[in-house]
Each structure stands twice: as structure tokens, then as C-alpha cells.
Design a protein around this ligand. Structure first.
Ligand code: ADP
Ligand code: ADP
Length: 228
């Protein structure tokens, strides 16, 4: 599903954010991405979202080499990637339902299908009964679950999360992780950037560790054959 082949990202001659990073994640795999501040985690996620391009090497998602992706196709590839942020980036001037519906409206999905899919996503995160509320009326954990519903509402095969439990206590963090695990069980590939070593250890999943731009643990040797 995801493959990094000898990926180097240099922002300028003095700043190499990633050095010859190699790994791949299979469909339905859930992995953590960890490392010190400045290790290159955000850069790796930005390469997957095509917010940055690699300086060398190839980033492959679903069999497509992102380096060669024409600019006009970037919005299309982003529809296949759900993203969950630490601060969930919800809009407080509209309901939970309307927040989750946003990606579908951008895609021009019909109102009837929007209703069906938003409710399916809210059901998955256990918030169906709160669709008419304003996110401000919800707890921090619930707000993060709305952010997850929004990220999965168009059923992306790839889900990326950047410090998704940064503001949550351990119990709520574990709930959020269990949600991610459920998505991976139905075939979604999930990559979670996190500093929370206690939580990562508790989950016992594959962990990619970056150190000054080098992938020092969790990379698997590349196998031949097709990817994606
Ligand atoms: P794009 O071609 O994707 O629009 P930009 O014009 O934003 O890229 O930036 C050009 C290049 O400079 C990119 O490869 C990006 O990684 C890099 N870059 C972006 N921000 C900075 C920065 N603050 N300092 C140095 N390099 C940067
Ligand atoms: P992390 O997410 O692990 O904290 P980042 O990927 O944000 O790490 O940063 C990796 C390295 O790249 C750091 O040294 C950071 O200063 C540098 N960096 C990140 N973004 C830019 C940019 N736009 N321009 C120049 N350097 C950058």
C-alpha cells in the first residue's frame, strides 16, 4: 500500500530531513511512526500527502509513484488519504454532521449519499446520537472521534494520523487507538505518528523509528513483486 524507496528529503543544503528511507506497509497494516522532535516524522507524512516532494528516491502509494504525479492529480490522490490531526481542525460554526460531511461536499457527492455516508462514519466512531450538536458541546475525546469520522467518511484506503492523542488522557487515547485498529481490520492501512511511547508499547504494533532523518527501526526488507 505504501512504499518508500531510498527516499531522501532535503529542505536546503544544511537540512536533510530524511535520509535514504526504505520501508513498506501492506494493506490493512497498522504501524506507528516515532522519533524525537525534528526526526522527520512530519516530513514523512507530508511526502505521503504530496505536500512535499522527495529530493531523491520514490514514494509509492497504492502502486502510484507520487514523485511523478502531475500537480493537477494531487487533489485526486488526497481523496484516497484520510488525515487525522492532533487538534482535529473541526469547524465550530457548524454541526458535527456538517463537519464530517465536508470532504464529501468538496467531491460533489449527492445529498442523499452524503447523509448515508456521514451517518455510517459517525456510527463507526460511536457518535451517531450527536450529529446535530456543535463540536464545542463535545468532550476532547469526542471531538477527536469526529475528526476521525471526517477522515474516514470517503473510505480512504490509507489513514494517516499526526499525534492524534496528543491532548487526550491515557484512557481516551487507548479508545482512539482501538478505533484505528478496527479500521485496519477492515483493510485500511494506518500510519500513526506519535511521541507517546507508553501507548505505543501497549499497542505492541510495528513501530518505525526515525532518528535525525534515518529510519533506525521498524523498516522491513523490501520484497519483490507488486505493491499496493
Ligand atoms: P511546491 O513545488 O510543492 O509548491 P514550494 O514552492 O512550496 O513547493 O517549495 C519548493 C521547495 O522548497 C519544496 O521542495 C519544499 O520542500 C522546499 N521548502 C518548503 N519550505 C521551505 C523552507 N521554509 N525552507 C527551505 N525549503 C523549503
Ligand atoms: P518531526 O515531525 O519529527 O518533528 P520534521 O519532519 O518536522 O520532524 O522535521 C525534520 C527536519 O526538517 C527538522 O530539522 C526540521 O527543522 C526540518 N524542516 C522541516 N520542515 C522544513 C522546512 N519547510 N524547511 C526547512 N527545514 C524544514
Amino acid at each position: 500500500m505504501i512504499e518508500f524507496r531510498q527516499v531522501t528529503k532535503r529542505y536546503d543544503s544544511d537540512h536533510t530531513a530524511l535520509r535514504q528511507v526504505n520501508f513498506h506497509l501492506d494493506r490493512g497494516e497498522l504501524a506507528f511512526l516515532t522519533g524525537h522532535s525534528g526526526a522527520g516524522k512530519s516530513t514523512l507524512l507530508k511526502l505521503l500527502m504530496v505536500m512535499e516532494r522527495p529530493s531523491a528516491g520514490e514514494v509509492v502509494v497504492g502502486g502510484q509513484v507520487l514523485n511523478r504525479l502531475p500537480r493537477r492529480q494531487i487533489p485526486y490522490i488526497r481523496r484516497h488519504i484520510g488525515v487525522v490531526f492532533q487538534n482535529h481542525q473541526l469547524l465550530f460554526d457548524r454541526t458535527v454532521f456538517d463537519n464530517v460531511a465536508m470532504p464529501l461536499e468538496v467531491m460533489g457527492v449527492s445529498p442523499r449519499d452524503v447523509g448515508r455516508r456521514v451517518r455510517a462514519a459517525l456510527d463507526k466512531v460511536g457518535l451517531l446520537s450527536k450529529e446535530k450538536m456543535n463540536p464545542l458541546q463535545l468532550s476532547g475525546g469526542e471531538q477527536q472521534r469526529v475528526g476521525i469520522a471526517r477522515a474516514v467518511v470517503n473510505k480512504p484506503p490509507l489513514l494517516l494520523a499526526d499525534e492524534p492523542t496528543g491532548n487526550l488522557d491515557p484512557k481516551l487515547s487507548a479508545d482512539i487507538m482501538n478505533l484505528f485498529a478496527q479500521f485496519s481490520q477492515v483493510g485500511v492501512t494506518v500510519l500513526i505518528a506519535s511521541h507517546d511511547l507508553a501507548l505505543i508499547n501497549e499497542m505492541g504494533r510495528r513501530t518505525l523509528t526515525l532518528d535525525h532523518g534515518n529510519l533506525i527501526a521498524g523498516g522491513k526488507p523490501l520484497q519483490g513483486g507488486s505493491v499496493g
